[in-house]
Write a protein that binds this ligand. Structure first.
Ligand code: HEM
Length: 278
């Protein structure tokens, strides 16, 4: 970070004197900070903190979602055939795309998408969304309650996601809860649901793993595609044994995180092992 700070400062003084800087998040953070004139003393620590936050927002969330989805699938009754169905979907997608998937190929992975969406319903990484009133005169709610500037409001995603009146069998992991809606034939006179309305990236007032509204997660479309690719890879190349007992989430501060302990039996499918060279 110190080196990049020095490089950006040198570049600002003499744009022609140095080679181009890497076009990455570290450069953007440094340029933004210098542009805003933040005090130089201890700046590297502030920037490292921002880098950590960005890493958490983008990488930890995605990793935790993949891990929790795997646990949910593997600990569901084998009779539900979740893993087999996802493998079939992955193989079909890879075959149709000649193993070079594009965005439109990933859109066809509606069951994989649904299984991740269901996992995030039950294991939302942020159990509540917090907002602070910034309007100088505060905000008056529809019921007349006045919230002065500085008030903090939390919406319980956990409560909504586990509400039986919104999600029947709310505490059960039902991997294809969302894709089933899409795959049901439309009844006479009704329109089929639009695929995107049921997709992982679709937020709503009762589906909040990515927030909702103006500040909802801008990385969720990327995360959905990235995770589908990971699942296509895992299910096409590996065989994973079911796990008998569901492990409870751990907590890191306020963040529920999948359990670290406990073995998963996994082996590479023999047909996918590359033959030895030479
Ligand atoms: C499964 C993966 C992810 C989950 C569950 C997730 C969840 C969230 C949540 C709950 C918020 C807060 C929304 C709010 O306050 O209303 C958020 C914000 C944000 N996320 Fe994600 N996220 C994920 C992946 C990513 C990725 C991959 C990136 C970037 C590449 C990213 C970048 C951001 C940013 C920049 C914000 C702040 C948006 C704002 O304040 O306007 N996220 N995310």
């Amino acid at each position: 970070m110190l080196q990049r700070l020095a490089d950006v400062e040198a570049m600002n003084k003499d744009p022609n004197g140095r080679p181009a800087l890497p076009n990455d998040l570290i450069t953007w953070l440094v340029e933004d900070s210098l542009h805003r004139g933040e005090p130089r003393k201890g700046l590297e620590n502030l920037l490292i903190g921002r880098l950590f936050m960005a890493n958490f927002a983008a990488i930890e969330t995605t990793t935790m979602t993949i891990t929790s989805t795997l646990f949910d699938i593997l600990s569901s009754s084998p009779a539900k055939k979740f893993a087999e169905t996802l493998r079939e979907e992955a193989l079909n997608m890879l075959k149709a795309s000649n193993s070079q998937p594009k965005k439109e190929d990933l859109l066809r992975m509606v069951r994989t998408d649904s299984s991740m969406k269901e996992t995030l319903r039950l294991h939302a990484i942020f159990k509540a969304l917090a907002r602070e009133v910034t309007a100088p005169k505060g905000v008056t709610m529809e019921n007349g309650l006045h919230l002065p500037k500085g008030s903090r409001v939390c919406i319980s995603s956990h409560g909504l996601h586990n509400d039986e009146s919104i999600y029947p069998n709310a505490t059960t992991y039902d991997a294809f809860r969302y894709s089933r809606v899409l795959e049901q034939p439309a009844e006479n006179g009704t329109e089929s649901p639009k695929p995107l309305s049921q997709s992982l990236a679709a937020t709503s007032e009762v589906y909040l793993p990515f927030g909702h509204g103006k500040h909802s997660c801008p990385g969720r479309f990327f995360a959905a595609d990235e995770m589908k690719l990971v699942f296509a890879y895992i299910f096409s190349k590996y065989e994973i044994m079911p796990i008998e007992e569901k492990r409870s989430d751990l907590a890191i501060g306020f963040f529920p995180t999948p359990a670290f302990n406990g073995p998963i039996k996994i082996r590479r499918r023999p047909e996918t092992v590359p033959s030895k060279v030479g």
